[in-house]
Design a protein around this ligand. Structure first.
Ligand SMILES: [Zn+2]
Ligand SMILES: [Zn+2]
Length: 258
């Protein structure tokens, strides 16, 4: 049984065929999915899917791409929305200086408001970071000093150095289908240094379909392919990797614990 720790079931390419996507996931042995929100207008739909489906959970947050369009989102609004019993995480939030779709200072401010919500609720923070290693480490380190919170750096593609800094802060690291890509040798090296009790897997679907599904819209069923690949890299049976990453998911996202 696998957990997809990060998917977007309400995004185009998945939402139109959500029932089939969920059936495929269950058939592939995916027992739990975390449906991630990225914009306030999505929150009710993302939570609605989690209300209907017992194996789907939800997050509330604003993607760094949307920081400019959500300047009015305050910590209290995230906290309020996260009281829903199926909301188990805050995010995705963070910094994306690769696409720079929102002003960097607005991204930083939004990130800190999400961190405050994670601290206040005790729910894990789901962090997106692209081409923003120094700022990600600085903000997380500084905020951790103000009061502890938990979280995960999702779709990890950064350096081993950033991985170490995240682990030192007590955060988890989630690997997506990128780890299966031919040119991801550095990421595979990083994967080998992540302690087994801090590792998660995800699809980030509908993006980033892993080998052997590249070119298709990604869906949660494919987390099984990433897990199989990663188990081979880490020289362990797939069943062990599945058990470890499932245990880690519920140790982090305690609100989802059976
Ligand atoms: Zn992301
Ligand atoms: Zn995402």
């Amino acid at each position: 049984m696998f957990v997809d720790s990060h998917c977007h079931l309400n995004y185009p390419k998945l939402v139109e065929r959500q029932a089939e996507v969920l059936a495929n996931a269950r058939a592939a042995g995916v027992s739990t999915m975390l449906n991630i929100s990225t914009r306030a207008a999505e929150w009710d739909a993302v939570i609605g899917t989690a209300e209907r489906e017992p194996d789907v959970w939800a997050s509330v947050g604003i993607h760094p791409h949307d920081a400019d369009t959500h300047e009015d989102i305050e910590t209290a609004m995230l906290v309020e929305k996260s009281r829903h019993p199926k909301v188990i995480g805050i995010g995705e939030t963070g910094l994306d200086f690769f696409y720079d779709k929102s002003d960097r200072d607005r991204q930083r401010a939004s990130f800190r408001r999400h961190i405050a919500a994670a601290r206040e609720t005790g729910l894990p923070l789901i962090v997106h970071s692209r081409e923003a290693e120094a700022d990600t480490a600085a903000i997380l380190g500084e905020e951790m000093g103000k009061g502890a919170f938990t979280g995960v750096l999702h779709c990890f593609t950064a350096s081993t150095d950033l991985a170490r800094k995240m682990l030192d802060l007590g955060l988890y690291i989630s690997l997506s289908g990128i780890v299966t890509f031919k040119n991801a040798g550095d990421l595979r090296d990083t994967a080998r240094m992540i302690p087994h009790d801090r590792l998660l897997v995800e699809t980030d679907s509908p993006f980033l379909a892993p080998i052997p599904n590249r070119g298709k819209p990604c869906e949660p069923a494919f987390v099984a392919d990433t897990a199989r690949f990663l188990a081979n890299e880490l020289a362990m049976p797939t069943a062990d990797l599945a058990r470890i990453t499932t245990d880690n998911f519920f140790n982090l996202f305690t609100k989802a614990k059976p």
